[in-house]
Design a protein. Structure first.
Length: 60
């Protein structure tokens, strides 16, 4: 039972760190790019399919 509890808390911590990182990244991009970047991203990701294609096209 102890190993299961450790796994659950580890997964929860990983998700929380991911969400915190995404929020910080979003704030930084907004600060750097401002309204022009927001408008460009809004046009590029207008639909779900277009958003998925943009993500796939990003360099890894």
């Amino acid at each position: 039972m102890n190993a299961l509890l450790t796994l659950i808390f580890s997964a929860l911590a990983a998700v929380m760190l991911l969400l915190h990182g995404l929020a910080a990244f979003s704030e930084e991009i907004t600060r750097l790019g401002g309204e022009r970047l927001r408008d460009a991203l809004r046009r590029l990701t207008r639909t779900g399919w277009r958003g998925a294609l943009v993500v796939l096209a990003l360099p890894q």
